[in-house]
Design a binder for this molecule. Structure first.
Ligand code: NAP
Length: 312
């Protein structure tokens, strides 16, 4: 059975940062990744808010740099899929599809997926006007027409953010009441954002290279309207990737609960980045979580092994 000090489940920016910090602290680090290192970052065309890159970098390049940095410090990448995690008195048994790994600590960095609407044109124009992240892509649509879909906290928060970039923002919600907190609803009412209640998107249209319009259907009388737009921001909720974890570790919305040391309820088990109950989901916050988790995981290993002093 493979053995490691720190097993990291997920090779996105959080996992790669944790790997770098863990390996640099002299720990054996194994990153377990299902598909390709980089996670959702790989889908981002231009990242212009990651500190230190004054000229935008592609998600692919940033992920590649993070992976090489982690590997240069000695972290190993294993392509496999997590099935379950069990803990005996001291160590974790990380059951993967192809093998089992024994780990002293485990860091969950599996991320969260945006819920998609699954309507015509959504996948075709993803990254070409269809976006799931206001702070990432909003600046590309400065002074353009923008439609925002959803009635939760994220939709309203991002609509408010986008309204600083454009005077032509419309918020579309399928019911007559927003799900979001009252103070956000009040801010929307006081803003220049237009609202279309009781409408749901049915298709996104484009010219082959970019979004040109959105088709909406009234949830009251079924009437269809088509509105010209440059961008459609979709905030239909998130799906944290936690199916393989014990439900006791999760909050009621399915995210892993941690403290500010990234510790879960189970000693030695950590969670970082989009999969944890964090107020802000960005590459930089995932990376910072990774650094904290690797540091605390390293201290934890010293504790269970009876080392008097952790020197990292
Ligand atoms: P959410 O609360 O699940 O809201 C998703 C929204 O998308 C709902 O309004 C839902 O409509 C709508 N929706 C879902 N499927 C749809 C579809 N097929 N077509 C049209 N609309 C659809 O998700 P969220 O806003 O991302 O928030 C997730 C969690 O993060 C929440 O617990 C939230 O409180 C928290 N959060 C907090 C803050 C903050 O505190 N500032 C900011 C962001 C997020 P219905 O309402 O009709 O179901």
């Amino acid at each position: 059975m493979k053995q490691t000090d720190i097993a990291i489940i997920g090779g996105g920016p959080g996992g790669l940062a944790a790997a770098q910090y863990g390996a640099r602290a002299g720990r054996d680090v194994l990153i377990i990744e299902k598909l390709a290192a980089g996670g959702q970052t790989m889908l981002i065309d231009r990242i212009e808010n990651y500190p230190g890159f004054d000229e935008a970098i592609t998600g692919f390049e940033l992920a590649d740099k993070m992976q090489r940095q982690a590997e240069n410090f000695g972290a190993k990448l294993l392509y496999d899929e997590l099935v379950s995690i069990k803990k005996d008195d001291k160590y974790f048994e990380v059951n993967l599809k192809s093998e089992t790994v024994q780990a002293k600590t485990v860091i969950i960095a599996t991320g969260a997926k945006h819920r998609v609407l699954d309507i015509d044109g959504e996948a075709t124009y993803s990254g070409k006007g269809v976006s799931y992240c206001g702070t990432c892509d909003g600046p590309f649509f400065r002074n353009k027409t923008i439609y925002v879909i959803g009635g939760g906290d994220t939709a309203l928060t991002d609509a408010l953010y986008l309204s600083k970039l454009s005077d032509d923002v419309t918020l579309v919600h399928r019911r007559d009441r927003f799900r979001a907190q009252d103070n956000l609803v009040r801010q929307i009412s006081a803003s220049k954002i237009k609202t279309m209640m009781n409408f749901k998107p049915v298709s996104i249209k484009g010219d082959g290279t970019k979004v040109t319009a959105i088709e909406l259907e009234s949830t009251v009388d079924g009437q269809h309207v088509t509105k010209p737009t440059s961008a459609v921001f979709i905030f239909a909720g998130m799906l944290p990737q936690t199916e393989m974890l014990d439900k006791e570790l999760l909050d009621k919305t399915g995210y892993v609960m941690t403290n500010d040391r990234m510790e879960t309820k189970m000693p030695g088990l950590f969670a970082i980045g989009d999969v944890r109950n964090t107020p802000f989901r960005q590459v930089v916050t995932a990376a910072a979580d990774g650094a904290v988790a690797a540091h605390i995981a390293s201290e934890y290993i010293d504790e269970i092994e009876g080392n008097a002093y952790a020197s990292h």
